[in-house]
Design a protein. Structure first.
Lengths: 770, 429
């Protein structure tokens, strides 16, 4: 530790700390543009000049590390003149168009000029003219005249994200920030440069000229689109959500968002948004529709008992809403048939769940079927940061496609589809063949050898799994048996084995906390009972079961058999022919509530705006129905999902994972196998802002396969057939996909019409669209 | 006049060919170095000789080599041939006319520092120089002086010539390394210094062409010979590039400590008849002016600093009584405005501002307070930039404002250049 004095106050900080950070700890404001803790020192803007005793010149606080006994002065005539000079320089070529600048009112150039700058300008020469409102891509605009060339954006994209799509062009006073070859930036993280930009040079295109700090309201929120649950801020103006920003949390989150989350905030205003109630396809008033559903529930309960009603939750509902639904179901209806809409069959017990703090300590990262860049993008950034701080980080991908990538290099163990759990178990058996749990796992496998994985690879993998000091596992939840394997792995290892489930829906842990079952089998059981006529009325809150459940035919059969299918949500299901009543729901940013992310961390999202049209909160519906059923609910007793002892993390429960022998996977014949993946652009609610970036060709195949299909080297549409089922899907070429595999992300419409097993591919005819 | 060493043999026909170079004693020093010296003995010899970096900063070369950490990582030698300082043209002559001398120096230096890879970073505009070097490097490879196991010594060296893209800032060693790595030529944060984390993060020595060319004669004649010339703290020989209003401009190799007057009159033939010295820029465009009463200043690092200027890269520009100091200053500051990399604010914006004000002043459109603005802008640049380029832009300006303020005032008062300089060629270049 180093002791130093800043403005007469003494402070002790770790060695290597920069003066600027030490000053911040004392509450001494040192103005900065180029410095950012996540990016490290650069020393470009020269704004942070301070006086250090025994140094002949002013020093930049962001590049000068503290030393023992150092005496720093952040004020005084020399410092004032230095800062005034730098600000005057920054302003000579600045357009001073603050009155029409989105950043006006929250701009560091304005703030520092006000605080440290000259009162007037002496510059009377012509200003350099540059591009204004030029595109970085569909979401980000660049005003090169306002740019102070702090390079935060360029360094973020190049060094931090690892996708160097922004660069400085030209030199000297003609230097500008632009994209490589003027091609729009395609990274998933471009929007962060808007938050990073200290001035009005990088602007949000959808927010452009929409609001300024004094006529907007900002509320703290949580991004609802995926299980990462990035901390964010929602900007609203006149009851309309018009922007989303990252929300840094000291020592935990930098406030990064992916573009899908940052710009996908307009789903509440999508043309498909459900604004009026519909009963049997006809629009009706909210009161009539609610009463009608209440009557159905009453009749069902009276005639068949409470357990003839099932409740399924999905979408973006909060933890509190799930709890309200659970109370309604158990206390008013009298049913325990509660399940979460799931697309993946896997489940991870809370006890095995790690946090993002574990990534900051990891020496080995295991990607089980999941490519964080595609599935949970901001986790990819967290891994990138770990890689930058700890270049020896080992990344191992295990799954039917390659999962590492240029920005997160490592080693890929490519297994046959559905064989990852077996590969993991066999790898563990190479190290601990005598462990009882391992023996149970591999008991039925006999002499089975996984396809394409050599014995020495298993040994090497097993050694890495057991020897890593801090192993973090990310799991896509597609192979349910992996849950058992991971439980055994955690038992075998003496050192920490935190796991992060990357599967959705975003708030599944929250609904589980509220009293719903997150186990896939329970969802399946409800659907089977509906198909078999045991369940008569199904309440679906927020989910589009036909599209989300992996086996579409089961949902179809259940819906056909059910007396009443009631669906509440932000938008109608894609196919609502079997839906008896559609009830418009209030959603994210319209209700206050708690979301629980993949770390099992509870985070509160505030309500910013009123729900539009007839859309109303869950509680409103429940109250009406409870009255009709004659058992009004008493909400006075407030329920808090937070636990007193575990703070903002869910309490850790003891885990019981039954270890059963893994079944021998069927040997797949040569041919094409469908692998379902996860892509953030295909998840969540539709957004008009995102439209230009939603991939036209979301599927992926190996270039060699494309060649044989006659696609050539360009992305194109192919027809996927399985028996009588045909699906046309756009595919792009990706050498990370092995030959013989067609990768399609969840959420591509109709993909759950296809089951497991082989598929046939052919070139789609031109006029056919998906 | 003393004997030339680095500039010797330039009149020998075909000295740029390896056979002619060898016939004139070339590569003997290299063989001598391999045969007689251990690497650490060579480092000790360079330390003892007191050889100082000839690129401008004058940092002791042996000390620089001594900073290399002994941690087993492979080392790089990078030769800075990005000579772009206005008034300096010594390295250009060395590489264009006698490239093998540099290559021999590189081999000796690499052997001394145990570098296994060496690069010559050649200024983008030095097309002929780069061609000469590439051809000469190939000849050296063909003769077994480069590559694996040179002359059976077990020492291996790969040498590559890399052409810059025409940026003065890449003469700054860390910007040079960035550029050499294929990145934008912006200076790096120091520490770490190149000796610890240089090219591709490896330990790296960056030396100027002239510095490296000193190695063959140093090996041949020894450190004592070197210290017998020059002054105590600035031993040895220095090539001075003389330009401006002299009769015989060119490169002259002088023992350090030679008076400036002797360089101008004895070596460069003096001024044109009837002219008098108005001011001299002794060490390239980045250094303050010396006035006529300082012509007896000895040309060594310490004496020039005492006189208020710097020896720098040895580019001596002589200005006579017919030169408009406002115009000359405007021209030089404009160079820095064009060459500022844009990384840090004071240099990027300050050089732009000063250039515009100077242009206006030169054209007679200046105002009385412009000199105060120039002085204050200069003060806001001084000592506040990321790298030395910003300060370099002030050398001539600040001393011109001090010594020739009357010329600036005359431009304002008369609304034109009193020297009758052509005005139109200063606009919008």
């Amino acid at each position: 530790m180093i002791r130093l004095t800043i403005d007469g106050q003494e402070i002790t900080v770790p060695e290597g700390t920069m003066i600027v950070d030490a000053a911040a700890k004392l509450g001494v404001d040192v103005p900065i543009y180029c410095y950012h803790q996540a990016l490290g020192p650069l020393g470009a803007c020269r704004m942070c000049l301070v006086e250090v005793e025994k140094m002949p010149k002013l020093a930049t606080a962001c590049t000068t590390a503290v030393s023992e006994g150092m005496v720093v002065r952040s004020k005084g005539p020399a410092v004032d003149k230095g800062r005034r000079g730098v600000l005057e320089f920054l302003l000579i070529n600045h357009p001073l168009d603050c009155p029409v600048c989105d950043k006006g009112g929250e701009c560091y150039l304005q703030d520092y000029t006000f605080e440290y700058g000259p009162g007037g300008g002496r510059f009377q020469e012509p200003k350099i003219q540059k591009v204004k409102d030029g595109p970085i891509n569909e979401f980000v605009l660049v005003d090169q005249e306002r740019c102070v060339l702090c390079q935060r954006c360029v360094r973020f994209m190049g060094e931090y994200v690892g996708e160097g799509q922004l660069l400085l062009e030209g030199r000297g006073v003609e230097t500008v920030v632009t994209t490589v070859d003027q091609v729009p930036a395609t990274s998933q993280f471009t929007g962060n440069v808007i938050d990073l930009c200290p001035v009005g040079a990088l602007l949000s295109a959808p927010y452009h000229h929409k609001g300024r700090p004094w006529n907007i309201e900002r509320e703290e929120s949580v991004c609802p689109h995926c299980p990462v649950g990035c901390t964010s801020k929602v900007t609203a103006r006149e009851g309309h959500v018009i922007r989303m920003e990252g929300r840094p949390i000291p020592d935990r989150e930098w406030g990064w968002l992916c573009d899908r989350g940052r710009f996908g905030y307009d789903f509440g205003y999508h043309p498909e948004r459900l604004l009026a109630s519909r009963v049997q396809g006809n629009e009706t008033s909210a009161a009539l529709a609610t009463r009608q559903v209440g009557e159905w529930l009453k009749t069902t309960v009276e005639q068949h008992g409470g357990s003839s009603v099932g409740v399924i939750v999905g979408g973006m509902h909060t933890t509190e809403e799930a709890y309200q639904l659970k109370r309604f179901a158990t206390e008013v209806i009298g049913t325990e048939k509660l399940a979460i809409s799931r697309s993946e069959a896997g489940y991870l017990p809370r006890a095995l769940n790690g946090t993002f703090e574990d990534i900051k300590k990891a020496d080995t990262v295991l990607l089980l079927g999941t490519d964080p860049y595609d599935a949970v993008p901001v986790v990819h950034l967290k891994l990138r940061e770990r890689l930058l701080r700890y270049p020896a980080l080992k990344v191992i991908g295990i799954g039917p496609t390659a999962l590492t990538r240029d920005t997160l290099p490592g080693q890929d163990v490519i297994t046959a589809p559905e064989q990852s759990a077996v590969v993991m178990a066999l790898a563990m058996a190479t190290q601990r063949p005598d462990d009882a749990q391992v023996k149970t796992l591999i008991h039925d496998l006999g002499s089975f050898r996984p396809q394409g994985v050599l014995p020495e690879m298993l040994t090497q993998l097993g050694a890495q799994l057991l020897r890593a000091d801090h192993l973090v596992c990310l799991w896509d939840g597609l192979e349910p048996a992996m849950g058992m394997v991971l439980a055994v792995l955690a038992d075998l290892r003496e050192k920490p084995t935190p796991m992060l489930p990357t599967f959705g829906p975003g708030n599944w842990r929250g609904w589980e906390r509220g009293g719903f079952s997150a186990h896939f089998e329970d969802l399946t059981r409800i659907l089977e009972e509906a198909r078999d006529g045991v369940i008569k009325t199904l309440l679906v809150f927020g989910a589009d079961l036909l599209e989300e459940y992996p086996d579409r035919s089961l949902v179809q059969a259940a819906f056909e058999r059910l007396d009443h299918v009631v669906v509440e949500g932000l938008r109608p299901p894609v196919d609502s022919t079997q839906v008896d009543a559609l009830l418009p729901g209030a959603g994210w940013a319209e209700v206050y509530g708690t979301y629980i992310n993949m770390e099992a961390r509870l985070q509160v999202a505030m309500a910013s705006v009123q729900p539009p049209g007839q859309a109303r909160p869950v509680k409103t519906y429940l109250n009406t129905w409870a009255h009709i059923l004659g058992r009004p609910l008493n909400w006075e007793e407030d329920w808090d999902p937070f636990d007193d002892d575990s703070g903002d993390l869910l309490p850790i429960e003891t885990r019981h994972v039954e270890i059963e022998p893994l079944t021998t996977p069927p040997t797949t014949d040569a041919g094409m196998t469908l692998v379902i993946g996860s892509l953030i652009w295909e998840k969540g609610e539709p957004s008009e802002i995102l439209l230009p970036r939603v991939p036209e060709f979301p599927g992926r195949i190996n270039p060699q396969e494309a060649e044989e299909l006659g696609l050539g080297t360009e992305p194109g549409r192919i027809s996927v057939s399985q028996g009588d089922t045909h699906l046309v899907v756009g595919v792009s070429l990706d050498s990370r996909i092995p030959v013989g595999v067609l990768w399609i992300p969840q959420g591509v419409l109709g993909v759950n019409r296809l089951g497991k097993g082989p598929v046939q591919l052919s070139l789609a005819k031109e006029e056919v669209t998906a | 006049m003393t004997q030339h060493y680095l500039l010797r043999n330039l009149d020998v026909e075909g000295i740029d060919r390896i056979d002619v170079y060898e016939a004139n004693g070339g590569y003997a020093a290299m063989k001598e170095a391999f045969k007689t010296f251990k690497p650490e003995e060579l480092v000790a010899m360079v330390k003892k000789s007191g050889l100082r970096g000839r690129g401008g900063a004058g940092f002791p070369t042996g000390m620089k080599w001594g900073f290399l950490p002994n941690d087993g990582r492979s080392r790089y030698l990078v030769v800075n041939s990005d000579e772009a300082e206005p008034g300096t043209f010594k390295d250009r002559e060395l590489i264009e006319e006698n490239p093998h001398q540099l290559i021999e120096g590189i081999i000796i230096s690499s052997y001394a520092t145990q570098a296994s890879e060496a690069y010559i970073y050649c200024r983008g505009e030095f097309r002929r120089g780069a061609e000469q070097l590439k051809r000469a490097v190939q000849e050296a490879y063909d003769h077994g002086y480069l590559g694996a196991n040179i002359l059976g010594t077990g020492f291996s060296l790969e040498l590559k010539v890399y052409r810059g893209a025409g940026a003065y800032i890449c003469g700054e060693e860390s910007a040079l390394l960035e550029s050499l790595e294929g990145k934008r030529g912006n200076p790096r944060l120091k520490p770490p210094f190149p000796a610890v984390a240089g090219l591709y993060g490896g330990p790296t020595v960056v030396n100027n062409v002239e510095t490296i060319c000193n190695l063959p004669p140093l090996v041949t004649y020894g450190a004592d010979w070197y210290t017998s010339m020059g002054t105590e703290k600035s031993p040895g020989l220095k090539i001075m590039s003389v330009s401006g209003r002299v009769q015989r401009p060119g490169n002259y190799e002088i023992p350090l400590g030679t008076p400036l007057r002797s360089l101008i009159e004895d070596y460069a033939g003096g001024l044109l008849p009837g002219r008098t010295v108005k001011a001299v820029i002794p060490g390239g465009s980045s250094v303050p002016l010396l006035m006529p009463d300082q012509l007896d200043t000895p040309l060594d690092y310490e004496s020039i600093v005492k006189a208020g200027s710097m020896l720098g890269s040895g580019g001596c520009i002589v200005l006579d009584d017919q030169v408009c100091m406002v115009g000359a200053t405007a021209r030089l500051v404009k160079f820095y405005r064009e060459e500022s990399c844009g990384k840090c604010t004071p240099c990027r914006e300050g050089t732009y501002w000063m250039t515009d004000v100077l242009d206006r002043l030169e054209m007679g459109m200046g105002e009385a307070h412009d000199m105060e603005i120039l002085a204050d802008v200069a003060d806001n640049i001084a000592g506040k930039c990321f790298c030395p380029l910003g300060d370099a832009s002030l050398g001539v300006l600040v001393s011109a404002l001090k010594h020739f303020r009357h010329e600036f005032e005359a431009h304002v008062a008369e609304h034109t250049c009193p020297m009758g300089a052509r005005l139109y060629d200063t606009v919008n270049h």
